[in-house]
Design a protein around this ligand. Sequence first.
Ligand code: SAH
Ligand code: AVI
Length: 701
Amino acid sequence: MSSVSTDSRAAVAAQLAEARAATFALLEPLSDDELARQWSPLQSPLVWDLAHIGHFEDAWIGQRVGGLSPVLEEGEELYDAFRHARDGRGGLPLLDPAAARDYLCRVRNRTLAVLGDESLGAEGDPLLEDGFVFGLVLQHERQHVETMLQTIALAGLLHPGGGPRPVPGSGDVLVQAGPVRLGADDAWAYDNERPLHERELAAFRIDATPVTNRDWVSFVGDGGYRRRELWSDEGWAWREADGAEAPLGWGDGTVRRFGRDEPLDPDEPVQHVCFHEAEAFARWSGARLPTEEEWEKAAKAGLLRGIGEVWEWTASPFVGYPGFRAFPYPEYSEVFFGDEYRVLRGGSWATHPSVARLSFRNWDFPIRRQIFAGLRLARDADPIASLLGPGDRRAALEADVREGLASSPKRLPPKWHYDEEGSRLFGAITQLPEYYLTRREREILEAHAADIAAASGADTLVELGAGTSEKTRLLLDALRAAGQLRRIVVLDVDEVTLRESVARLAAEYPAAEVKGVVGDLERHLAELPREGRRLVCFLGSSIGNFDVEHRPRFLRALRAAMAPGESFLLGVDLVKDPGRLVAAYDDAAGVTARFSLNLLSVLNDELGADFDLSTFEHVPRWDAGRELMDIRLRSREPQHVRIPALDLEVDFAEGEELHTEISAKFRRERIEAELREAGFEPRAWWTDEAGDFGLSLSAAV
Ligand code: SAH
Ligand code: AVI
């Protein structure tokens, strides 16, 4: 501290005096009995905190820096925080309040003497650099004032009180992907805030304001504390054991504050909730807790309001930053690292500003609610991940069209039917009297969704070629009813339909995390999200649209993307009377024909082709040998088609057919053999009453 001027010594002394005045003022109204009582196993007796403040100061300044012997012989034994757990401190032979105050004064006199010593810091002790050790002692005392205030609140002792100021809710903000500088290198920053370092974060959304009492009232009213699916296993175990039905201190429209029942202010940030409650609330809101990195990035960018009203739970466990070095002693932070604690950020109304810096990391057990803690919600920036961006989609379409129209016979892959209009037309097909597939599959799901939920034990439903996920609701409802549903992932090539579907699913299943993946089943199975225990569904007999020779490859790729024990639910249309099959693909209203022709519209729209749709006709045939519907578009006349985007010109002879789709029909033995071949073990098989459609549930083995 030799580099520190007399002025800064005076400033440190003034800050020490101010902190001490606050400590004494806080306890002044309380009787000796109130100070000495162990009010809760969670908190030390107030008189312990008081003397502990003196002990900490003496240990670091008088003893460590000044080289003096302890002011109190038994100080270490009684007041070292690691000697006795909080709940045992009431039974110790503690100093009485008067003696504790006297102890603090004697320690302080020595501190001031050390601070005034002109030779201080001459030997370059890192503890003294920029007066670090004085900052340590100061912040420690300020933090204990907050801890003591928690005890006073918990004990219901009458006190001038205080609480968070109202911060009316005001929507969320988008934080763009990019780097953030985390931590601090300020002279008085703690070791756990160091080193200052940079991290890349994905884009996210975060609420501008903390969750309010108004929000929490809705959560309680919606059965938030009774709905198992909103809680983690650990969180539910806590809720069951504690019996919590609302934040600590809530009555009927009131909140108990320092021994008084006050009306609940709807605009105040909620406080006295534990991490588990915060997490359940976030899930109920269709959101999540921010990570501490996200919180710090948004806070440092000045995007957050209401910081410093309540500590805010984050999703982050308390761990050291890369390059962490314990200083000045491992017991400050390092011994708490691990996944037992969760980080809280920001500071509460009871936190002194010298502690409530944006890089400050508080931590506590996830079950603690006596702290002045609330939360703020965050969300992924976009629930849709695109593996098939506009560029990729275009490149794939171009390659398929170039190759397909150059081959003989001409052909195009069926996936290109599905732009927004194609998906709409498919929706119309499912309503046609001739198209029994959707209704039959729904009938099976109505009868067996609960069996499927139970047999799969899944907490995550992944749907391939999801479309609007209409029938899938039956499975989702069954998973939800069983208290299993955590996550929904829907994959489709059609981004427009997928986005709408994800928004609706998120609204209908607020307790689940909903993700959409824009992707191609033939290319992107390996990139499916892997979280949770998954039930992968491929419904509607869409597997029948793959080329026969691609089916084993698809099933093998899917198996490779799954973990043993995960489940696969596959819907297949069964071989039946050809008359009914052809009718299903050649409906009287002509909807299927429009669906088929839409493939040419996609080429016109996206590649500037000049197909005249009226010169092609929809031709569905039953291929009895291969047991599949073979669907083509036949040119009614000789014609010449231009596709400018590909610099391609194509001729069609009169009657020439373009292969657009097959729709294979199945028999149980055959599809089960194919599943086995790919590494699945068929576990259950159901059909509708009429035996038109089959649903197979298998396990990845
Ligand atoms: N599963 C729904 C929808 C079936 S329609 C049901 O059972 O009713 C087929 C769906 O698969 C469409 O939404 C289409 O966009 C999608 N699809 C077709 N080929 C695909 C492919 N290769 N990759 C991803 N999705 C595909
Ligand atoms: C999506 N797929 C299962 C439908 C089917 O039945 O093969 C597509 C379809 N094509 C014409 N009509 C329906």
